[in-house]
Design a binder for this molecule. Structure first.
Ligand code: 13P
Ligand code: SF4
Length: 330
């Protein structure tokens, strides 16, 4: 093995990551679905909106993104002067995969009077074809600012879109994508679990299908589920989202019990996101050492995608209304 490919192990690995982060003036951002050891060494752990804000605001030279590719792409779109590395470039997302840009463009063109409100879990090309991006924590604030008379197409998550339609009485046209992780929760097994833990509330992510949402006491983004975990009055919570978030709950509330909602056979690992799981400490180390794999985005595409992301950041903080919308990316 050549020196360039040698990777330290154990405490030395953690020490080398710390050394490299200082040497590179790097910030390590991690999503709540990352392995506990990555969450624990990150400078900041958050949901998609919080991570986007951090990426836009940081004064680091390098962003090491422990998350999936659309998140690292977002960091690069918002902070083009930074080097953005993703430990494993194969860390994708089933929602992004469900929505090829040429098909999304055709969908838009078939509905010229509609605006495109698009979940951040999509490619840079799809962001460039969209009017406003939303995350699960900003979607409700943003949709409330769009006049009810305005027709909307929503992609790529049909469950989040369906949840928003039901909650806000909208009739958004939905792209048929799903998150394979949240799709795998079983209604039958969840009902069984609720019987075993009477009184335990269920907190669910809006990427869950409606039969799971209907059983939930709280529906919201990963950060909002974490907040609910910190404030609900009982001692046991059933968590219907990717189970690595339970790490933060157990750290903050060691006296409480957090149970991951089950998949179809009751105890499968099907709710662990296989894309998020690709990132490891070893790959983070080599990403910081080699500054690879690195996110690169062609400038005109980046600028087109930035328009819809900037609208999200502004509308999420309530600083503008819908403004002058028009299709982007042409
Ligand atoms: P949030 O962290 O924004 O709730 O989104 C979760 C997600 O889709 C990650 O895949
Ligand atoms: Fe995509 Fe679902 Fe994984 Fe999130 S949990 S990255 S939505 S596949």
């Amino acid at each position: 093995m050549s020196v360039a490919t040698q990777v330290p192990t154990g405490a030395e690995l953690r020490g080398e990551i710390d050394r490299l982060r200082k040497e590179r003036n790097a910030v390590i951002l991690a999503h709540y679905y990352q392995k506990p050891e990555l969450q624990d060494l990150a400078d900041f752990v958050g949901d998609s909106l919080e991570l986007s804000r951090k990426a836009a605001d940081t004064d680091a030279d390098v962003i090491a993104f422990c998350g999936v590719k659309f998140m690292a792409d977002t960091a690069k779109i918002l902070s083009p002067e930074k080097i953005v590395v993703l430990p494993d470039m194969e860390a994708g997302c089933s929602l992004e995969d469900s929505c090829p840009p040429h098909k999304f463009r055709a969908f838009r063109e078939a509905h010229p009077d509609h605006i495109a409100l698009t979940y951040i879990n999509c490619s840079t090309e799809v962001k460039a074809l969209s009017d406003v991006i939303v995350t699960s924590s900003s979607a409700e604030t943003i949709i409330s600012q769009i006049p009810e008379s305005q027709p909307i197409i929503f992609g790529p998550d049909r469950h989040l879109g369906g949840y928003l339609n039901r909650k806000f009485g909208r009739k958004m046209l939905l792209w048929p994508g799903v998150c394979i992780v949240h799709e795998a929760f079983s209604e039958r097994e969840l009902l069984k679990l609720k019987t075993q833990h009477p009184g335990a509330p269920v907190a669910a992510h809006p990427e869950c299908p409606p039969h799971i949402i209907d059983l939930a006491d709280h529906v919201g983004s990963t950060s909002s589920i974490l907040q609910f975990a910190k404030t609900f009055p009982g001692d046991t919570l059933i968590v219907a989202t990717e189970p690595h978030i339970i790490h933060q709950m157990e750290k903050a509330l060691p006296e409480k019990t957090f149970i991951g909602a089950p998949g179809a056979d009751g105890n499968c690992n099907c709710n662990i996101c296989p894309y998020m799981a690709l990132n490891t400490m070893e790959k983070l180390y080599t990403a910081l050492r080699d500054l690879q794999p690195r996110i690169e985005i062609e400038e005109s595409l980046r600028l087109a995608a930035k328009r819809s992301l900037d609208r999200m950041l502004e509308m999420a903080s309530g600083t503008i209304g819908l403004g002058d919308l028009g299709p982007t990316g042409d």
